[in-house]
Design a protein around this ligand. Structure first.
Ligand code: ZN
Length: 322
């Protein structure tokens, strides 16, 4: 039955609809098309800005707990080819982004912002080579004290120095899809636009980012792969890692200065969309388990804050793998 519309079209190719639609005209369609592309571009920019803003303190304030760190200036550049085909005309004509890297975002509280970098700037080496924030050694060179040049509205600003901060070395990626999801790869943290729009506060989004960061810092991806090979009880192991990521992630969020009150409510709202995890644990704990664990972890953190103890997760019996 899935393909019935396709077959109907083939079998009744000569039939016509019974009704006559109003003439919409190509002009109106093109105008609406441009409007929708601009809206999609704006939405992507809004989400990217929020994701970077909420994640920055988490990646910065926990750098001391991350095995891998890197200098971060707070600049994001893009070329027109970084956008999907549908958005490329808008990028080029509407936003002034062409084949050379252009600054599309500057983190609010960041070294780049303090150095006066602005959206639409182009950055170059003193020798005239364009600089991309994706360039392998871009931030290392800034950290080494190398000067850069800003090109802005046809003017040139020389001898700009940016002193990057140290962040956990995990790349943050926004995936545009309505699916409510986030995941860690061991090298990156990926959050979908569906998840971003599902979170009702920056604190909830911070919890999602903290959870994925904990998967990366605790090597869960590597451990899951080896458990798949060694164990028949892989879902149970994954579940333990999921609970650990909730526990450790909440510490990361608290260390970044976010308040934790009410964060667990996200699981009550998710339960309204999908009822099976209310009772049944699979690779993840049940929603009620996660709700209660988060609330208990918050109380543990609050006690440590009140008594001036270091904000560090309590170590387990086997600490060798950390
Ligand atoms: Zn997880």
């Amino acid at each position: 039955m899935k393909y019935i519309s396709l077959f109907c079209f083939v079998l009744t190719g000569c039939a016509t609809p019974d009704t006559r639609l109003p003439d919409i005209g190509a002009d109106k369609r093109f105008a609406e098309q441009s409007k929708q592309v601009a809206a999609a571009f704006d939405e992507m920019h809004r989400l990217r800005t929020r994701l970077r803003r909420v994640a920055a303190p988490i990646l910065r304030e926990n750098a001391g707990l991350c095995r891998k760190t890197r200098p971060v200036a707070g600049i994001l550049t893009k070329t027109v080819n970084d956008f999907s085909e549908a958005l490329q005309d808008e990028a080029r004509e509407g936003r002034g982004i062409d084949d050379e890297p252009t600054v599309v975002h500057v983190l609010g509280d960041s070294p780049a912002n303090r150095a006066g970098i602005k959206v639409r700037d182009r950055l170059q080496t003193p020798e005239g080579d364009y600089l991309s924030s994706h360039g392998k050694d871009f931030e290392q060179r800034l950290a080494a004290g190398e000067e850069i040049v800003i090109l802005r509205h046809g003017k040139r600003i020389d001898n700009v120095v940016i002193s990057p901060e140290i962040h956990c070395d995990y790349r943050l990626k926004l995936k545009m899809t309505p699916k409510i999801n986030a995941y860690a790869t061991g090298k990156s943290i990926i959050v979908t636009s569906g998840m971003m729009n599902f979170t009702q506060s920056d604190e909830e989004l911070a919890y999602i980012i903290g959870h994925e960061l904990a998967h990366n810092t605790h090597g869960h991806i590597r451990k899951i792969v080896s458990n798949f090979v060694l164990s028949l009880f892989q879902t149970k192991y994954i579940r333990l890692f999921e609970a650990e990521a909730d526990y450790v992630g909440l510490y990361y969020v608290a260390r970044a200065g976010y308040t934790l009150d009410g964060i667990e409510e996200i699981w009550t709202r998710l339960a309204r969309l999908s009822t099976k995890p209310i009772y049944k644990a699979g690779t993840h704990p049940t929603y009620p388990d996660r709700f209660v664990l988060i609330a208990a972890t918050r109380e543990e953190i609050k006690t440590k804050q009140a008594t001036g103890q270091p904000l560090l997760p309590n170590p387990g019996n086997d600490n060798k793998s950390r």
